[in-house]
Design a protein around this ligand. Structure first.
Ligand code: HEM
Length: 318
C-alpha cells in the first residue's frame, strides 16, 4: 500500500514537472513572438514616418490655393515658430556628439534619431507656414536653404549607413576589412597551390581594384564595376579549377565526387575573398563621399542660419 502511494506520488510529481516545463516553453515562445512583433513594428516606423510625411506634403500642396494658413498670423505664424525651434533643437545632436561634457544629455544615438526626425518635421512645418508658396526674396532664400540642407541630410544619412554597421552601429574600419582580406589571401595561396596562374590572376585583380583611385569618379566607377568583374572572375576560376583538377585526377586518383567537393570549397573561399575586396572598394568610396558631404553640408547649414536670421529680422522690422 505504502509502495503504491509512493509510486503515485512520483507519477504526480513527474506530471507536474512536465506541465511546468510546458508552461515555461509557452511563456518563452510568447516572449519571442512579442519580441518579433515589437521588432517588426520598430522596423516599419521609418516607412510609416515617410508615408505620413509624404501624405502631409501632398495634401498641403494640393490645398495651398485655399490658403488655410498665412505666415503672418495665427496657426501659420505658430507653425513657423515651431518649425524654426525644431531646427534649432536638432543642433543638439552635433553638439552632443562633439562635446563629451554633454554626455549627461543621454545616448548619442537617440539624439541622432531626434536630429533626423526634427530635420524633416521642422521643414514640413515651415512649408505649411509658407503655405507652399514663394514670397519675398529673403523668405525664398531661407526656404530653399532649408530644403537643400534637409535633402542633403537625407543623402548624408544614406552614405552614413554605408560606412557604419547600420544606422546606429559602429563605424566600419577599413583596416579590419583589409586584415580579413589578407587572411583570406593566405588561405587561398594554400588552396590554389596546384594552379599558380589562377591564384595570380585573382590576386592581380584584387591588387588592381584596391590600388588608390585617381578621384571620386574613378572610385565610383570601381564600385559600379567591381561586382561584375568579380562575378566574371569567379566563373572563369571555376572553369579553370575544374579543368586543372581533371588533369590531375588520374595522377592523384581523385574521384568525381572529390573534384566536385574541392571545386566547391575553393570557390567558396574565392567568393569570400572577392566579396571582401568589393567591401573595401565600397567603403573607400563611401568614406570619400561622406567627407565630401561634410564639406558641402556645413556651408549649406551656415547659409541656412544666416538666411533664417535675415528672414526673421526682415519680417518683423519691415
Ligand atoms: C534643416 C534640417 C537640418 C539641419 C539644419 C541639419 C544640420 C546638421 C548639422 C549642423 C550637422 C553636423 C555636421 C557636422 O558635424 O559636420 C548634421 C549632421 C548630420 N545630419 Fe543633419 N541637418 C538637417 C536635417 C537632416 C536630415 C533630414 C537628416 C536625415 C534624415 C540628417 C542627417 C544627418 C547626418 C547623417 C549627419 C552626420 C552625422 C554624423 O556625422 O555623425 N540631417 N546635420
Amino acid at each position: 500500500m505504502e509502495r503504491q502511494l509512493r509510486a503515485e506520488d512520483i507519477n504526480f510529481s513527474q506530471a507536474l514537472a512536465q506541465e511546468q516545463e510546458k508552461d515555461i516553453r509557452v511563456i518563452k515562445e510568447d516572449k519571442i513572438n512579442s519580441f518579433k512583433i515589437g521588432k517588426f513594428i520598430w522596423n516599419m516606423m521609418p516607412f510609416l514616418f515617410a508615408f505620413v510625411t509624404l501624405s502631409a506634403l501632398f495634401v498641403g500642396f494640393r490645398l495651398r490655393e485655399y490658403a488655410y494658413f498665412t505666415a503672418e498670423k495665427g496657426v501659420g505664424y505658430a507653425l513657423g515658430i515651431i518649425g524654426g525651434c525644431m531646427m534649432l533643437a536638432l543642433l543638439l545632436y552635433p553638439l552632443r556628439k562633439r562635446y563629451r561634457i554633454l554626455s549627461i544629455m543621454g545616448d548619442v544615438r537617440a539624439w541622432f534619431s531626434l536630429h533626423m526626425v526634427l530635420g524633416i518635421v521642422g521643414p514640413v512645418l515651415i512649408l505649411f507656414h509658407s503655405n507652399f508658396d514663394l514670397g519675398s526674396t529673403n523668405s525664398n532664400v531661407a526656404l530653399f536653404s532649408m530644403l537643400i540642407v534637409s535633402i542633403s541630410g537625407v543623402v548624408g544619412r544614406y552614405i552614413y549607413t554605408k560606412i557604419h554597421h547600420g544606422l546606429y552601429g559602429q563605424k566600419i574600419e577599413l583596416g579590419q576589412l583589409k586584415n580579413k582580406l589578407h587572411d583570406n589571401q593566405s588561405e587561398l595561396t594554400a588552396l590554389l597551390h596546384f594552379n599558380p596562374e589562377i591564384r595570380d590572376e585573382l590576386f592581380a585583380f584584387v591588387d588592381h581594384v584596391l590600388s588608390p583611385p585617381k578621384g571620386i569618379l574613378h572610385s565610383w566607377g570601381r564600385v559600379m564595376s567591381v561586382g561584375i568583374g568579380s562575378r566574371r572572375l569567379i566563373a572563369r576560376t571555376r572553369k579553370n579549377i575544374q579543368t586543372g583538377l581533371m588533369e590531375k585526377a588520374q595522377s592523384e586518383q581523385y574521384s568525381k565526387k572529390e573534384i566536385k567537393a574541392k571545386v566547391r570549397k575553393i570557390i567558396k573561399e574565392v567568393r569570400v575573398f572577392l566579396d571582401g575586396a568589393c567591401k573595401v572598394v565600397e567603403l573607400t568610396f563611401y568614406e570619400r563621399m561622406f567627407a565630401l558631404w561634410h564639406v558641402l553640408h556645413l556651408p549649406l547649414f551656415f547659409m541656412l542660419v544666416i538666411a533664417a536670421i535675415v528672414h526673421v529680422i526682415a519680417v518683423h522690422w519691415y
